[in-house]
Design a protein around this ligand. Sequence first.
Ligand SMILES: Nc1ncnc2c1ncn2[C@@H]1O[C@H](COP(=O)(O)OP(=O)(O)OP(=O)(O)O)[C@@H](O)[C@H]1O
Length: 853
Amino acid sequence: MDDGLVLNLALDEPTSAGRQASRAKKGGRWTERAAAKRVAKRKAGPEASATQTDRETTERPAKRPRTSAQEKDSRAPPSAKRSRDVELAEDEDEGRATVRVPRIQNQIISSLFTSNPKVGPLETQGRTRPLGRPSNAPLADSSTFSGLGLDPLIIAHLSSKMNILKPTSIQRAALPALLDTDDGPPRDVFIQSQTGSGKTLSFLLPIIQDLLPLSSLSYIDRSVGTLAIIIAPTRELAKQISDVLEALLNLRLRPSDELPDDTDSAPRLTRWLVSGLLTGGSTRTHEKARLRKGVPILVSTPGRLLDHLQNTSSFNVGKCRWLVLDEADRLMELGFEESIQGILRGLDGRRKLALQAVQEGKSSEVGGWDWERQRRTILCSATIREDVQKLAGTTLKDPIIIKATEADTDLLSPSDTTRGGDSLATAGRTQQFTPPSQLSQKYVVVPLKLRLVTLVALLRSLLSSRSKRGMKVIVFLSCTDSVDFHWHLLGGTSMDAGADAAADASSPSGAEDSEGDIDSDASTAHRPHQIQTKSSAGNFGARSPLLPDTSIFRLHGSLPLQTRLASLRGFSSVPSSKQPKANSPTSSVLLCTSVASRGLDLPLVRAVIQYDLPTEGGATEYVHRVGRTARVGKGGEAWSIIEPSEVEWVKWVEGKMRGDEGTATERKDAEERSPVQLQAVAVETVLRNGFGGKGSEYEERATDVQLSFERWVLKDKRNADFARKAFRSHMRAYATHPSNEKHIFHIRHLHLGHLAKAFALREAPTAATAGPKAPGKRKLSKQKSGASVTQKKKAFGGDEDTDVAVAERRMEKAVRDQGRLTKKGGKMVSSGVAEFQVAGGYDLERLAQGMRT
Ligand SMILES: Nc1ncnc2c1ncn2[C@@H]1O[C@H](COP(=O)(O)OP(=O)(O)OP(=O)(O)O)[C@@H](O)[C@H]1O
């Protein structure tokens, strides 16, 4: 099937000087040719030299002998063909994407496939284990929600409105413990389970079941105040929990068999059970007004909740019965420990005051409230790390520990839970945090220069698979600047010189967005392949001719909340209908930072690509990220792109996931017990699948795609700024890998020139450009950064839960610490420079540090 895209790529018209330079010397050694070019350039003057630099690659010349086809191309007369057609098509037989590129003539051949470090033999061949049965799926045995004690009304609602019929293993383990109120006073609970196993319902269902009977109290209405609070670390997560809660609260008064035909007219059982969301997305005044009216179930981020506890006198929270801390390990990572302690103090203080007022008869509260009943706290976490144990120690009293990982599922009976304070530490020592067993985990070792084209190839092959309709892929990148750059790059590269020119004319620098808001001005509508506005993608999606029928979205913490939510909505809602209109996207890609790694439940994500491995959180973060796919028993693929110097990471992450930190025998045992394995795929295979063609034709096609990216960077200063900023921020992020990962990830191992290619740059931004700026520029940048802080504050509603700001602070500290750690006697200590590295490690270190602005 043809994509229907024929793209004209025109090469820059060589100047006469350039032609002289290229004609000056043909054949022979590259050093002789380069010397001849230099002479010709000097003769032609500075203007020609600048033009020529644009077209030259900054790579070291190829050591590999040229192919005959390349020789022929480079010998072609300059007047021959200056443009070529590139067809993006799909190979119908094989169901994979193909880029058809006719012979490229008169082109300076990029050295994309030369001077790359050797990639060793692929270890996985022949020892790939079959995937396990789904470990987070609804149970196939005789377990039922009814058997777990759930109210028939809720069960009916789950099956008829939410298509949830059977419990998952964590729900089977958690519901009896949380629904059971006969067995003494309610106990606090610690829940740990795999990604995508349905943890949210395991705490929401008991809360609703507990509050439902209050509906029969004659005086009950929302002015009763807040009875349950759920705290989530990010706004997206809070919004998601709030959405599930809303869906559950649509319960009706009577069971469905008693309802009249017109069910919509039946009164809602939960009319008074209003839910509310506090994330700093709206003004404080607005939030205060809602709180004054009463919000029985509240979902919030920590900072905003603390703020209202401290400053909103009408926040009626004295009767709060439930407190849930979701994603506790993330809450700790983002530095919310103090806020949570403040929240606990606030809740206790308000409860005391409310009770005192009732006792002194000063309150207008109606009597009959069970003040004896203590607040119950639930803490959900993926891991039982030390910091989580610490949080549990200060927030939970004698908790019940409920685990339902794959291994535990077989071992635990439905009510098999652990009791006692000590057991949390024991559980922490023995816990494993593994991805769902049905997830297919793969990795590709990719030389730095090939990263960008490999990403495109991988996306193309995933999106072109037979079942591509509704295909959703998440790509994780190291930092916000890299997300922005790749999003603009994919959305902006037209591979059509004519279109580029038109876009140039209509797109003055900065015409688009500064903080992620898409320019929906009609003047941009004619720009082919440029950012599509709300009309086509229905939201904030970009389109690229390289990824046909696909909308590309981005998500990171520096985008305004509305943009972030719109991106998530857009990504999730493609395709918008079962019969999408011609030209409307059928697949979607989300480029994001780790902000999307935790808890987000985006429907039907088929694959997760970790283009950059996590710089924080190690194996745990890896598992969270891959957990965005293969949810509730569905299949999924996880791809990790690793650099040749990072190969050791594979064994490292496999070991961490198995929890085999001990002796060789213990490790072997752990491997037998829990076989976690990443399967290697050769980069050539990915490129061939993505770009198609016979033999090594994919190399030419990949080169062509790379050139179009580089051309996009060159054509506009703003584009070049995006690329350079992304390069620098990526380096800065890379430098923040913790010291126990430095043997794998160290900026000294990176070849700057090769890394530049991965950002479509022909040369690495120099340390000088990253250093002190000219006075005028400095002022500008100061103003900018001031504005960005204000913007951030505004975007986050003054809330302190700016995970980005926190992460940035930590990142800077880590870079500083790293500088200290690696210095010995005033000199940086080499950590083993790879054989392919040209630049010295010290320069890289300085560059990374110099880039801290
Ligand atoms: N019993 C069930 N049967 C079918 N689907 C379910 C069931 N329970 C939950 N789900 C669905 O599974 C998806 C994942 O649930 P949820 O987000 O609660 O998982 P999670 O364990 O919190 O994942 P993570 O650790 O990634 O946050 C949701 O779309 C939810 O509606």
